[in-house]
Design a protein around this ligand. Sequence first.
Ligand SMILES: CC(C)(COP(=O)(O)OP(=O)(O)OC[C@H]1O[C@@H](n2cnc3c(N)ncnc32)[C@H](O)[C@@H]1OP(=O)(O)O)[C@@H](O)C(=O)NCCC(=O)NCCS
Length: 90
Amino acid sequence: MRLVPERQGLAYIDDETPQLGIALEPEFQNRGFGKLMMKAALAAAWQHGYQKVSLTVHPENPARSMYQACGFKEAGLRSAYHLMVAESAA
Ligand SMILES: CC(C)(COP(=O)(O)OP(=O)(O)OC[C@H]1O[C@@H](n2cnc3c(N)ncnc32)[C@H](O)[C@@H]1OP(=O)(O)O)[C@@H](O)C(=O)NCCC(=O)NCCS
């Protein structure tokens, strides 16, 4: 997760929202690690006081359903990628 100021980054929504990228080496994919990592990343963001986390994902990436299960909601399109935003419950 990175804070990127001045409207930089495909998932930019504002200067206060970290943009998240996630990837596992192929041999570790589809074994539940991604979901665990995502939950841990969001917990860390909320713990550090951030209110939102954003990402972009290709429309055909099956990880979209995992992001939704972790609380991300569709928030528009960015260069044909889906912008998704998770919000802290606090
Ligand atoms: C995206 C990524 C981090 C997800 O991590 P992961 O460990 O593979 O995903 P998980 O095993 O935790 O799966 C989470 C859920 O998504 C589903 N899922 C994930 N990848 C899938 C695939 N390729 N096909 C079908 N379902 C998939 C799983 O069925 C699982 O659903 P469940 O919780 O209902 O069982 C990983 O697949 C990856 O690194 N992919 C390549 C890079 C990439 O696409 N990064 C994201 C860019 S936005």
